[in-house]
Design a protein around this ligand. Sequence first.
Ligand SMILES: [Fe+2]
Ligand SMILES: [Fe+2]
Length: 247
Amino acid sequence: MQTSQQWVNYFEDNLQKKRINWQQSATVTKKELAPILNSLQAWQLGESSDGKNLLKASSSYAERIEDPFYIKAVKLFIKEEQKHGNNLGMYLDMIEQPRIKNDWGDSLFRKVRYLNNSMEWWTLAVISVECTAQIFYQSLKDATQCKLLKEICDDILIDEIPHIQFQQERLSVIFQSKNMFARKMSFHFYKYFFLATSIVVWMAHRKLFKAGGNDFRKYFKKMKFKCAKTIGKLKYLAEEKYVLQPS
Ligand SMILES: [Fe+2]
Ligand SMILES: [Fe+2]
C-alpha cells in the first residue's frame, strides 16, 4: 500500500510522460467507425468530467482521516482522467466528428455520483467503471488499424492499472474501518454492484466491445476475473480470524 504522498509523486511524474505521437494522421475507416463512434463520444464526455462531486467527497473524507495529501492525489487522478478526455476529444476533432454534451450513461453515472458524498460509494463506483474501461479501451484498440487511435488507447490502458490500484487501496482502508458484520455485508454488496455495473456498461457499449472481439460471455468472464482481483482482495478481511490493523 502506498501513502497518499507517494501517489501524488506518481501522478505528477506520470502526467509528464508523453506517449502519443500527434504528428501522425487519423486513419480510422468509415467501416471501423460505425460500431465505435457513439461509444467513443460517450467516453470522451465521461472522461472529461470536472470531478466536482468526487472532489467534494474526497475533501471531507481527507479532513476526517487527516490526510491532506489524499485530496492532492485525487485532484491529480481527476487531471489524468481529463487528459484521457482531452486526447479522445482531439481525436474526434481530427476525424471531424462532434464532441457530445449529453449521454444517458454519463448522466446516470453523474446522478448516482451526485446522490452520494460517501468516499466508499465513490471508490466502489470508480473501481467498477475503471475495470470496464480496461476492456473498453482494449476493444477500441483492437477494433481499428489506426495507429494514432491505438496509441491513445495504449496511453489510457497504461494509466488505468495504477488508477485501479489507487482506488482499490482506498476501498481496502475504508473496508477495514468497519466491524466484522458490516464487512461481510459490504463484501457481498460490492461484488453485486461491480457485476451489475459490468452488465450496464455492456448494454450501453456492446457494439464496440463486439467490434473489438468480445461477446458477452468473454466480456463477463474478464469482468468476473477483475472482480476477483479487486473486490475479491477484501475477502480475507471479512474472515473472523483477521485482526484489525491500523492503516
Ligand atoms: Fe480514464
Ligand atoms: Fe481511470
